[in-house]
Design a protein around this ligand. Structure first.
Ligand SMILES: *[C@@H]1O[C@H](CO)[C@@H](O)[C@H](O)[C@H]1NC(C)=O
Length: 127
């Protein structure tokens, strides 16, 4: 059946402002992050793990890179990163960032990848 790659931590979910996103292996997933008024023209990005320079996956300055694309909806103040062709290695911790002078603004994101095994959807189970 569907196997979550990471254990959902209910405590984290309820106490911190962490965005949880899940998608299926081989499919696309959208990671949407909102930001405050006044940041419409700032650069936005998505990064992994500790968000060091080599962890930045994509920025709105270069909207398409490898399996990532990013779109900033300035009217709704939401920027969305699409990760295509998900695989289990994509599961983990990400950050949505807004580049600004001083400390950037970060929102933590946890991505879960669900594995859908071949045959599960074709009715092989009990009737
Ligand atoms: C991701 O967002 C784009 C643009 O809004 C949409 O076309 C696409 O269907 C979305 N994909 C998923 C998996 O939700």
């Amino acid at each position: 059946l569907i196997k979550l790659m990471q254990i959902w931590n209910c405590n984290i979910q309820n106490t911190a402002a962490v965005i949880h996103v899940s998608g299926y292996e081989g499919r696309d997933v959208n990671v949407s992050c909102s930001y405050g008024e006044g940041y419409e023209s700032y650069e936005k990005y998505l990064c992994r793990n500790d968000c060091g320079n080599s962890d930045v996956l994509i920025t709105t300055t270069k909207a398409k890179k490898n399996k990532y694309s990013i779109y900033d909806d300035k009217k709704r103040r939401v920027f969305t990163t699409t990760l295509s062709d998900l695989s289990s290695v994509d599961a983990g911790k990400y950050w949505c960032g807004v580049t600004r002078t001083g400390k950037d603004i970060y929102t933590e994101v946890r991505l879960f990848v669900c594995i859908c095994q071949l045959g599960d959807l074709s009715g092989g189970g009990p009737h």
